[in-house]
Design a protein around this ligand. Structure first.
Ligand SMILES: *Cc1c(COP(=O)(O)O)cnc(C)c1O
Length: 358
């Protein structure tokens, strides 16, 4: 089989999705399944829908186009603010989009009118993480604008935390979002279907003891795909952590000194790691590098250490492992390493129906 390749165990993805859907539905919260890390891969999307997810979210219109052309039956949500240059594609292929800018909303409404349809809008509010979002004091004015645009439907409000500044979703900012939903409804005499509290980083808050208030939606990617909590990357109880693995092939394996010889300057991707003299080591090279993944986000098999990586070479201390050219090595991945591997044209995908160990 070809290498490098990502092995995707759909059974484990489905198990994680169903587990989170069940836990959150007990608290009145629906899950938007976020597919951006897998570029909207149809098989993963179908697995999420089978697990009880009704809406799929993605940050890229290309991925939503792929989904809307597939057989997967789900509502679609663009979770990044649309580019003005893409509004025609957005109203055609997304049922909903997250928005923060008046210009974009006017352009979306115009595009929806030309297409003879209505487009759903979720207004994103800035609650401290300083990425996207309308300032809370400006929310009612933007809501009023949306309500005045005939081809837009104001479906809800939302926020996104823990992405740009690592701000933790907590009782304070979540109560603030609930209060803003109440205020918009009271001011305009409307009902907001969606109060979208955030991403996988919201799970400890959402499943904790505090009341969830008006929050009735979370947009989940990493927790479903990798089973971990992005706040500290700790495993979430009951979820599978290895639905995705990256397989690479060994192209060299030799006993080499642990210390380089000669005068040292910068290495291909910056300063080389400090090496310690441990005598000769079994050094193996895997045909995998920066062009395929984020090497710093790989977890090697037990007893094997990553010494460094350049564009195309991943250098390992194989320890006691007798790696030979042609042998395959399987790595765990962080979210960053997964995104890069999915996006690289050099990495194949190997989809498995798999079994979720329950
Ligand atoms: C990426 C993203 C998500 C999903 O985040 P995870 O941490 O993968 O759950 C949700 N909302 C927005 C706006 C995003 O950009």
């Amino acid at each position: 089989m070809t290498a490098p390749r990502l092995t995707i165990d759909l059974g484990k993805v489905g198990h994680n999705a169903r587990t989170l859907v069940d836990r959150l539905s007990a608290r009145g919260i629906a899950v938007v399944g976020v597919t951006k890390a897998v570029l909207g891969l149809t098989e993963v999307a179908a697995t999420l829908v089978d697990a009880g997810i009704a809406t799929l979210g993605d940050s890229r219109i290309e991925n939503l186009e792929r989904l809307s052309r597939s057989e997967v039956a789900a509502a679609t949500m663009l979770i990044r603010s649309p580019m003005v240059s893409q509004v025609d594609r957005v109203v055609t292929h997304a049922d909903l989009s997250c928005n923060t800018e008046a210009e974009v909303l006017r352009a979306l409404s115009g595009a929806a009118e030309s297409a003879g349809r209505n487009h759903g809008v979720v207004l994103m509010v800035e609650l401290g993480d300083l990425r996207e979002g309308i300032l809370p004091e400006d929310l009612e004015a933007v809501a009023e604008l949306v309500l005045g645009l005939r081809n837009l439907d104001l479906r809800g409000i939302g926020t996104n935390l823990a992405c740009q500044s690592g701000i933790v979703p907590d009782a304070r900012n979540m109560t603030q979002l609930s209060d803003l939903a109440d205020a918009v409804e009271a001011r305009f005499g409307i009902h907001l279907d969606m109060v979208s509290g955030g991403n996988s980083a919201n799970l400890s808050w959402a499943l904790g003891p505090a009341p969830v208030g008006r929050i009735n939606q979370l947009r989940l990617g990493e927790s479903i795909l990798l089973g971990c909590d992005p706040l500290d990357r700790s495993p979430i109880e009951g979820l599978q952590l290895d639905a995705f693995t990256l397989v690479g092939e060994v192209i060299e394996s030799k006993l080499k000194p642990s210390l380089p010889t000669g005068t040292a300057a910068q290495a291909s991707f910056g300063t080389p790691p400090r090496r310690v003299d441990r005598g000769p080591v079994r050094q193996a090279i895997v045909a995998l590098g920066q062009q395929d993944t984020d090497p710093a986000g790989l977890t090697p098999p037990e007893g094997v250490t990553v010494l460094g990586a350049s564009s195309d070479h991943l250098v390992l201390d194989a320890g006691q492992c007798d790696l030979r050219p042609g042998d395959e090595v399987t790595f765990g991945l962080t979210y960053g390493a997964l995104v890069r591997a999915m996006t690289s044209p050099f990495v194949a995908s190997d989809l498995r129906a798999g079994n979720a160990a329950e």
